[in-house]
Design a protein around this ligand. Structure first.
Ligand SMILES: [Zn+2]
Length: 285
């Protein structure tokens, strides 16, 4: 349509701008969250992830993130501060705001619009006794590494410390349904408004969900009602949510599968379904 009017659409530029906008809004949210819960924004830039790789730190194993009610044993691989990584003999002290890179984690890092898990990381003595507590305020992934940012509430820790991940699963139980419902809402909008509806973003936490989409005009009251009914039916029928990891090529062939335009999905990709045919969608989260 734009071409007909003699306008050239810069698709790549548009996607880059979208990425940039998403990054900015993510950062603003994180800053607001951390300002409320004390602590500072710590993030790893390429130079720092390269440093970790050079030091021989392996990618964080996060396969436990989809498990529920588990306490995951892990080892601290690096302690990150606003002045960079602590040396091998340096300890983080009580009250300090730091970021931890672990060898493995059961914390869900922010992805697919879903906010990160919160919880605590228990610090253990060599005998396995609890010697301290780290309060996790935010979890983000940077390339191969997952950074748990928070405050050392008690005890001390350093690279090599043994810890146990204690995700706040009660909170996650409030977050996960909101994420599932963004999938249902996505399917509902496509059913009601047609195939041209595209997801533009989403946010879900323990209080709410927000779903951004493109549509050329305002929805009518009837369309809103139909969308609501579709979503309500999924809840009332208690439709099961299932997930499968499959090769990207194969997943793309699934009838009616939804994906976000411009989003790069990993291969294999995680496909989340709600009910028999309520929703089937690629999920980055
Ligand atoms: Zn999702």
């Amino acid at each position: 349509m734009a071409e007909e009017a003699g306008v050239i659409v810069d698709t790549e530029g548009f996607l880059n701008a979208m990425e940039e906008q998403k990054r900015r809004s993510r950062e603003a949210r994180r800053a607001a969250k951390l300002a409320g819960g004390a602590g500072q924004v710590l993030e790893l830039i390429a130079e720092q992830t390269a440093f970790l790789a050079d030091e021989g730190v392996e990618a964080t194993d996060d396969e436990f993130k989809y498990e529920w009610d588990v306490g995951t044993s892990a080892t601290v691989k690096a302690v990150f501060t606003s002045d960079g990584f602590l040396g091998a003999d340096d300890e983080a002290a009580e009250g300090e705001s730091v970021g931890l890179v672990l060898d493995r984690t059961s914390f869900y890092a922010e992805a697919g619009g879903q906010e990160s898990d919160l919880g605590t990381i228990e610090i253990l003595t060599s005998d396995g006794e609890i010697a301290g507590k780290f309060v996790v305020n935010d979890v983000q992934s940077y390339g191969a590494y997952i950074l748990h940012t928070g405050i050392l509430a008690s005890g001390s820790l350093q690279a090599g410390s043994s810890v146990t991940c204690r995700v706040d699963y009660d909170r996650r139980r409030s977050v996960a349904p909101n994420h599932s419902m963004t999938h249902v809402l996505n399917a509902a909008l496509r059913k009601v408004l047609g195939d041209t509806v595209e997801q533009r973003g989403s946010l879900c936490n323990d209080e709410k969900l927000r779903f951004d989409f493109s549509h050329k005009k305002a929805m009518t009251a009837k369309q809103l009602r139909s969308t609501e009914e579709y979503c309500k039916a999924a809840v009332e029928n208690a439709e099961p949510v299932t997930a499968a990891v499959m090769p990207l090529d194969e997943a793309k062939e699934i009838d009616g599968v939804r994906a976000v335009f411009g989003e790069v999905y990993p291969d294999p990709v995680r496909v989340v379904s709600v009910g028999e045919e309520t929703s089937v969608e690629f999920c980055g989260g």
